[in-house]
Ligand binder design. Structure first.
Ligand code: FMN
Length: 192
């Protein structure tokens, strides 16, 4: 049994990226349990002044990442960058220096956005950031979902269903890679 934590880079109530994450369980290989994290909006802005005595919200995020066998992060693109709220969460998770919980973690990166172009820049930036903190982005097709609103079938009062079969297949391949990396401890081997 592997436990995967899914983090959305958007805190918007009706976020497309969060909707995508709620579809992961239906795409995961047998034995993989996916939990969607709630609460990055509660994190204070990162400051080294707070590091000696980190707030409870920071400790909760770090513990959730530490206890997870792997991560899936889905990011929007804001002005051709990842959103500040996601960068802030990853900065908190990357500290204390050389003891960050992202080190050695196996990760799948996704990005989703409503336009028919864009989104890939944030996806690649997130991959770059993760390599800087010695996380391991698993192999698989790069999943950057254009016109995500068309790929999602909205339902009243519940997460939208990701209906696009090609996208579902690409995400499933990434989750299979994640499961293999977890079983093989690939991230930790790369970080060592
Ligand atoms: C400040 C801001 C900047 C944006 N910049 C981009 C961009 O550079 N590229 C892009 O594809 N979409 C951009 N968008 C549109 C977002 O992709 C869109 O709002 C998306 O739905 C956000 O993700 P979410 O649905 O998960 O909240 C921007 C939106 C905002 C609010």
């Amino acid at each position: 049994m592997s436990r995967v934590l899914a983090i959305s880079g958007s805190i918007r109530a009706n976020s497309f990226n969060t909707h995508v994450l709620h579809n992961l369980q239906s795409l995961a290989p047998a034995g993989m349990l996916v939990e969607v994290y709630k609460g990055i909006e509660e994190l204070p802005h990162f400051s080294e002044d707070l590091e000696a005595n980190p707030p409870a919200q920071v400790l909760r995020l770090r513990q959730a990442i530490q206890e997870a066998d792997g991560l899936v992060i889905s990011t929007p693109e804001y002005n051709r960058h990842i959103p500040g709220v996601l960068k802030n969460a990853l900065d908190w998770a990357s500290r204390p220096y050389a003891q960050g919980v992202l080190t050695g973690k196996n990760v799948v990166v996704l990005s989703a956005f409503p336009s028919n172009a864009g989104g890939l820049t944030a996806n690649l930036q997130l991959r770059n950031l993760l390599s800087v903190v010695n996380a391991y982005v698993v192999g698989g097709p790069i999943v950057s979902i254009p016109e995500v609103h068309s790929a999602l079938a909205v339902q009243a009062d519940s997460p939208a269903v990701l209906a696009n079969e090609a996208t579902r297949g690409m995400i499933a391949k990434n989750l299979d890679s994640l499961e293999r990396a977890v079983q093989d401890n690939t991230g930790a081997k790369h970080a060592a």
